[in-house]
Design a protein around this ligand. Structure first.
Ligand code: PMP
Length: 304
């Protein structure tokens, strides 16, 4: 299938307050963000025309900017509204929303105090790729050679573009060797996360264990799945997990806006059974996003 490049499509992108024709939403080659990675972004999912956990994503975007020492020049309410407008203008029913904030072209050096903060929001159609049955087979993963950095080495709480450099390298190596994705350990050698998703294990004690997010993203999906699991009566343990402990895990799965809940079949030599916990939480997550979508539609409908 031919690739449809992201800069050559029909539609509308919200750029610094203006709904802009897709192909005209440009930035200059001399932009601070391009050279020095001074950009933060979000990834949001649209279900039935409504953005799941929109305000949580918007708040994280603004906080990510603060961590990179800049103030996104719009309020949470303004960004929420702009995200909804982009979804509506592009007629997205099931899709993805990508807000990004970045330092512009006013200065070109390490110091960027006076750069303008730009904001763009794009959205595209992105129906569920796999049926739950296909996803149930589970991902084949390898251990990455790269580690999540320590919090005093990088701004690890920010969803900052620069933190993805080692994710792309890890994912490329995994794909080149026939794997779906890579598991990254942290700077201490504990299990951290995949290249764009958090990880959970159903251990032999029947409890769900997930790494403490003290040097990587505490995913919005992660928090949703923790709530759903507790409602099902699972005890959820957040702690440091050594990679050897994966030998005791019966099930393992990823959580994230893009992957939703996806079982893992193996990580290197460790293998897991995509079982009841995975299936239950996949279904519960699916129900939760649809429920939230209907509720949001009712609220916006009654407000109109
Ligand atoms: N970790 C990384 C590195 C990610 O890119 C993502 C996706 N944003 C996640 C975890 C999961 O976060 P969320 O559930 O908020 O999408």
């Amino acid at each position: 299938m031919a690739l449809m490049p992201f800069d050559d499509r029909d539609g509308w992108i919200w750029l610094n307050g203006e709904m802009t024709p897709w192909r005209e939403a440009q930035t200059h080659v001399l932009s601070h963000a391009l050279h020095y990675a001074s950009a933060v972004f979000e990834g949001e999912r649209v279900y039935g025309g409504e953005i799941f956990k929109l305000t949580e994503h918007t708040e994280r975007l603004i906080e990510s900017g603060r961590i990179l020492d800049f103030e996104v020049p719009y309020s949470v309410a303004e960004i929420d509204e702009a995200c909804r407008a982009v979804v509506e203008r592009n007629g997205i029913d099931d899709g993805y929303v990508r807000p990004i904030a970045w330092r512009g072209s006013e200065m070109m050096g390490v110091s960027a105090q006076k750069t303008k903060i730009n904001v763009a929001i794009a959205a595209w159609e992105w129906p569920a790729y796999f049926s739950p049955e296909a996803r149930m087979r589970g991902l084949k993963m390898r251990l990455s050679d790269w580690r999540r950095p320590a919090p005093n080495t990088a701004p690890t709480k920010s969803k900052a573009a620069g933190l993805y450099m080692i994710c792309t390298l890890s994912k490329h190596k995994a794909e080149a060797e026939g794997y779906h994705d890579a598991l990254m350990l942290d700077w201490r050698g504990y299990v951290a996360e995949a290249t764009g998703a958090n990880i959970f294990f159903l251990m032999a004690d029947g409890k769900l264990h997930t790494p403490t997010p003290d040097c990587f993203l505490d995913g919005i999906t992660r928090r949703t799945v923790i709530d759903l699991a507790k409602r099902r009566g699972y005890e959820v343990v957040e702690r440091h997990i050594a990679p050897e402990e994966m030998a005791d895990a019966r099930e393992a799965f990823l959580t994230g806006t893009a992957v939703e809940v996806t079982p893992i079949a193996s990580i290197g030599d460790y293998s897991f059974e995509p079982g009841t916990a995975c299936r239950t939480l996949m279904d519960d997550y699916d129900r939760e996003v649809r429920r939230a979508s209907k509720e949001a539609a009712l609220i916006s409908g009654s407000a109109a």
